[in-house]
Design a protein around this ligand. Sequence first.
Ligand code: ITT
Length: 195
Amino acid sequence: MKEILIATKNKHKIIEMKKMLEHLGYKVLTLFDYEELPEIIEDKDTFKGNAKKKAETLSNYLNKDVLADDSGLEVFALNNEPGVYSARYSGEDVTYADNNKLLLSNMENIDNRGARFVTTICLYRINQEPVYFEDYLYGEIAYKYQGDNGFGYDPIFIPSGDTRHLAEYSLDEKNVISHRGKCVQKLISYLKLGE
Ligand code: ITT
């Protein structure tokens, strides 16, 4: 069976990506399958830079092909914030609820609610040039929370053309339209080409 290591400890990302990749016949490994790993500081100013840093560091350390996802939310009226700082928008060691609360408060008097989720995936294979995939989910920042599914900013994000919040989508529904789902589809098409 083909193996693929995803360089993440984000359990929600793992659930979303695992389902799609296992469907294609991959055994999916994550950082939870290793005991001691180098700490990786995500200090680049682009999603691509951080995705490459995660994949490259771990590939060199484990001598293995590695896949890394870096993602986040860009709010147009806030100069694309929180962007690469999406996980720590309201500080270090914060919860998704803390970040959502800060974002809603920063958007209090803003009518332009347009935003997009971004995912960049870096496929870093030994002795090969890294390959990148990127995709987006456009929508609007809601005024209140709704839904219990998903993670991160899903409860306050309404995908374009819908009235439901992303946290009201099932896993399969989210994967069809989401930044990460579409990005993984691009990766899968690429991997199939090489078979
Ligand atoms: P890893 O670096 O271990 O993969 P992470 O949670 O730190 O996990 P990122 O650096 O990519 O991941 O930060 C992504 C943040 O952006 C994440 O913590 C969420 O707040 C937000 N985010 C990303 N994808 C999202 C999604 O599909 N739905 C809601 N929020 C999302």
